[in-house]
Design a protein around this ligand. Structure first.
Ligand code: 2AM
Length: 473
């Protein structure tokens, strides 16, 4: 008997994905560079389904039915290239290599191009949901050719998370589209976490609430429109007491947030695409700042404001600011996906992305169904902010939002995520932006020309001449 799919790279993610496949009745070939991992998987979990262990790549490839489907779950970068080099010569036209790691989408585009020349489908696939998701149902974002999705889709959909019976998996678009969308998913996750952190900071150091009490606030928020996995786990973390010291757990963790790079990639790519994802950028910068101890140590003696007293209902204002800022951060991320889809000709269905993020992944939330509905109502909307529901929520939230941003400034509590989201909202709303002045300056020092509000064409003012005559450029 042959396997319908194979997984190579059996660290936690690969192992859990293989188990998920086996548990859904698919015979899975399993392979790992170090055979001990393969043996351990079959010994511990062999009873869960049909596993075909292979010691060598050749044996692994032989155990697969054709066209072969191989999922590689190794570290992004050189390891992925090494594994592709190892397996590609053993494959035949029509076979598929699925890269389930967090590859950079440009690497995925290159690999797809190289393998396509050899007739092999390379399917860069974003998989979100961590170890738990891989085992019990992740959100899956496959790129690659539409033909490859015909052969892989049913398998992947069978192991994906389901929301109201709808699998959290769909063909995102060709070549690197899947990894791109996964990257922006992670960027949005950074922004969401930063906003939650700011809300916590305001309740803790603005209102002076202890973590256990803040956990209760987050629990109540989780019963409303903010319901999401991230809010839920935030409440759990804040309610946790460190067993060793009896202190709130959050107080014994070093306040330096690390990053593996997908947030940074999102921002780098957004800069190239010219899409303002300020919420994601502030979240990445906030982590970088937290992880700069010398800088922080040197600046610690700078004076802060004198304190003033807040009313308890400030917590409701924070909820409003959190929701409004979240709308902005997600709207920016979806705009980035739209821009890349246009740039690379991917044809991504934005509503479908919101649909497959409703379950399985880290940003899963009730909120994503709202985004799905917004794109259903207007698939080409230039921004989610103008959707009826979101525009209404922003309108209702804005007074609180402004209060929170100004009070945080007065309290000396940094809220870069809330503030940048509000600035974005106000900039988009503006009748006139001071960009007119910027453009005039550019014309002054660099003769970069400008367009006029009242006439077609481009113009330049001869700033060096005393009467500053205008010339059509
Ligand atoms: P290992 O168990 O032999 O180290 C996460 O590191 C997973 O990627 C592990 O399964 C690891 O295999 C595998 N891996 C990392 N680098 C690899 C490489 N260059 N070739 C094959 N597998 C690799």
């Amino acid at each position: 008997k042959k396997a319908v799919i194979g997984v190579t790279g059996l660290a936690t993610m690969g192992r859990n994905l293989a188990r998920n496949l086996a548990r859904h009745g698919h015979a899975v070939a399993v392979h790992n560079r170090t055979p001990a991992r393969t043996k351990a998987l079959v010994t511990e979990y062999g009873h869960e389904g049909v596993f075909l262990p292979a010691e060598t790549p050749e044996e692994f490839v032989r155990s697969l039915e054709r066209p072969r489907r191989i999922v590689i779950m190794v570290k992004a970068g050189a390891a992925t290239d090494a594994v592709i080099q190892e397996f590609a010569p053993l494959l035949e036209p029509g076979d598929m290599i699925v890269d389930g790691g967090n590859a950079h989408f440009e690497d995925t585009r290159r690999r797809e191009r190289e393998l396509r020349e050899r007739g092999i489908h390379f399917v860069g696939t974003g998989i979100s949901g961590g170890e738990e998701g891989a085992l019990n149902g992740p959100s899956i974002m496959p790129g690659g050719s539409p033909e490859s999705y015909e052969a892989l889709g049913p398998l992947l959909e069978s192991i994906a998370a389901k929301v109201e019976g709808v699998p959290c998996c769909t063909h995102v678009g060709p070549d690197g589209a899947g990894h791109f969308v996964k990257m922006v998913h992670n960027g949005i996750e950074y922004a969401d976490m930063q906003l939650i952190a700011e809300a916590y900071d305001l309740l803790r150091h603005g209102l002076g609430m202890p973590p256990a009490e803040i956990a209760e606030v987050f629990r109540s928020w989780n019963n409303g429109r903010l319901e999401s996995y991230l809010i839920e786990i935030t409440a759990e973390v804040l309610a946790h007491t460190d067993p060793a010291t009896g202190r709130p757990f959050v107080d014994v963790v070093v306040d330096q947030a690390e990053q593996k790079g997908t947030g940074r990639w999102t921002v780098q790519t957004a800069l190239d695409l010219g899409v303002p994802v300020s919420g994601i950028a502030e979240a990445v910068f906030a982590r970088s700042l937290s992880g700069s101890p010398r800088l922080r140590e040197a600046a610690r003696r700078l004076p802060g404001p004198s304190r003033f007293k807040l009313e308890q209902r400030f917590a409701d204002d924070v909820e409003q600011a959190l929701y409004a800022s979240k709308i902005v951060a997600y709207a920016q991320g979806f705009n980035q996906i739209q821009a890349a889809s246009d740039e690379y000709g991917w044809g991504i269905d934005l509503g479908a992305m919101a649909t497959i993020w409703r379950g399985g992944c880290i940003i899963r939330a009730r909120f994503l169904d709202r985004i799905r509905a917004a794109y259903a109502a207007d698939p080409r909307t230039p921004t989610l902010l103008t959707d009826d529901h979101f525009a209404g929520a922003l309108g209702d939230a804005q007074d609180s939002w402004r209060t929170v941003v100004s009070i945080s400034a007065q309290l000396g509590i940094p809220t870069p995520g809330f503030a940048t989201a509000l600035a974005y909202y106000d900039a988009l709303r503006a009748e006139r932006l001071p960009a007119a002045l910027t453009q005039a300056q550019r014309d002054f020092f660099g003769a970069h020309t400008y367009r006029r509000v009242d006439r077609e064409g481009s113009f330049h003012t001869r700033w060096e001449l005393p009467d500053r005559p205008e010339v059509g450029a």
